[in-house]
Design a protein around this ligand. Sequence first.
Ligand code: C2E
Ligand code: MG
Ligand code: MG
Length: 613
Amino acid sequence: MLHVAYIGSALGLLGWMWRSNRRLRDMTRLYRQAQPGLQVTAAAFSSQVGLIVTDEQTRIVRANQAFCDMLGYVEAQLIGLSTGQLRGASVPQGEIRELWNALQARGRWQGDLVCRHGAGHDLACQVTITAIRSDEFGLSGYVGSFVDMSEQKKTETEIRQLAFYDTLTELPNRRLFLERLQGAVASSLHGQTLGALMFIDLDHFKILNDTHGHLVGDQLLQHIAQRLNALVGGEALAARLGGDEFVVMLTDLEFNESTAMARALTLARGVQAAILLPYHLSTLGDQSEAQHTLRYSCSASIGVTLFGLQAEAVTEVLKRADVAMYQSKHSGRNAIRQYDPAAQRVLNEQAMLTADLNQALDEGQLFLHYQLQTNAQGRAVGAECLLRWQHPVRGLVSPVDFIALAEDSGAILPIGSWVLSSACATLAAWARHPGFSALSLSVNVSPRQFAEDDFVARVQQALQASGASAELLTLEITEGIVLQNADQVIAKMHQLRALGVGFSIDDFGTGYSSLSYLQRLPLREVKIDKAFVNDLTHNLGSQAIVRAIIALSASMALTVVSEGVETEAQKDQLLAMGCHLLQGFLIARPMPLQALEALLHASGTLLGGDLAA
Ligand code: C2E
Ligand code: MG
Ligand code: MG
């Protein structure tokens, strides 16, 4: 800073000279002394650092080119201006006071200041101000050096943006959110207020991504982020945790559980309604590549919990909101649920069951039940294989309780293969029995299993290894399978169909029932869901649906099976409507293979009398 002191002393003294003729003699002496310094000054003044010299009242008497360029002025515009006029409006008064205190005490201040650019915008600068003082004349002015920090600040902001904000939606990311949540939990406890955390998970987001691609999915996430921001504004913090998971945090709520929860639920209902409004997303056409707009509707499952009631880790708060969100999903989606400890117990149970399930197959705890299917004449045509789990402690566990878990954990892959091999082994054994050789078997295939690259090869291998006839094997799939990556699914179905394997759409009518897809699938049969069968005799709506399904199937030459047939009335009505095959407790309950074979043997009619022998 030696040169800065030189500039200061030299130019400050020049300014002073103009004003006080009385000291002219002294000045001349001093000027002579300063001559070598002035040469250094000239060099220093042409440096890249912005420099100004002011009088003792901070009016600018000189500014170098770098300073003029930095702040967008020519020197003549700056001369006579007070430095205060170049200060950014956002600089707090406290900071200015500190600056003056330092200058008075130490003659020097260094720090960051926001300056006002000639074009009107703010400019972040690193500034050093030195007072020009001599024993002889006291304070005669100041020298300021300015370094433009805007690029560095921009980079810092970008780094912060990358580290703490989600690049897609520009919302705070998980890291920043957890930091804020931590602060909020601590200040709630300290300040005797409550906070609320809302966990938001979009419903069926995967289907949008799978059917229209990630770019379309990304647009939806951006829209959601904008809506959340617009809705919660400064009142709450919205963040994206990742994927289709968002959170909203409310703080400073009254220390009263029910009031705080009521406030959080009101906001949650606002979020739910905002998400439900339609979206217009741009998509690329299949072949034409022409862009068109997809009108899309989306709902969310929302879980809400309070914090600040006790000291706890942020992970606990987040887990509670997550559990509540799962409760919303389980209640049928597009719902809001408060955290409920009972729901937490269910999740813990499921985690334990999942762990047990991984061993079930190896431990021989899984087996199959077979449920008979008959035609309109009451003859047996085949059976559906239904999985059973004999848990060593819990007893018999229903597939309703464990298939979804097996899907999530991936255990469905070895289990599904085993079901397939077992069914093929049964078909092969039946082929050697004259009474049973025409009976078919239906096997349920879960989406995860079907999505495996080697699924077709696995089916082929199960058929070859057992020697079972592919024509007698029917794979039951649900409509959801088709919605995920339709083209690939349909291609796989055609490969299997070419082997002779048949397909049935299970639980038909409960899913998306997209008729355009249905037409593209190489199906053999449609299975009417038992919910419609159950209502058939007293619900006109169910009757209309069943009638429509049967008509549709007839037009596509598909076999119609009704499942869940429990009464004679249902059976009669279904057959009268044109349903081909029946399955349900009325015909036979699901039972072990030997029991089914014994039933077929014993019955006079099921196998058409003489064949049963
Ligand atoms: P699903 O394929 O729709 O099977 C029909 C379900 O209805 C079976 O339940 C069966 O026991 C039940 N059921 C049959 N007749 C009646 C009736 O008259 N009334 C009533 N109320 N119910 C009846 P289950 O065995 O509990 O299986 C439930 C679901 O678990 C199956 O539904 C299927 O989606 C799945 N599942 C079963 N076995 C397998 C399997 O091996 N693999 C896969 N991926 N899923 C399976
Ligand atoms: Mg089924
Ligand atoms: Mg079904």
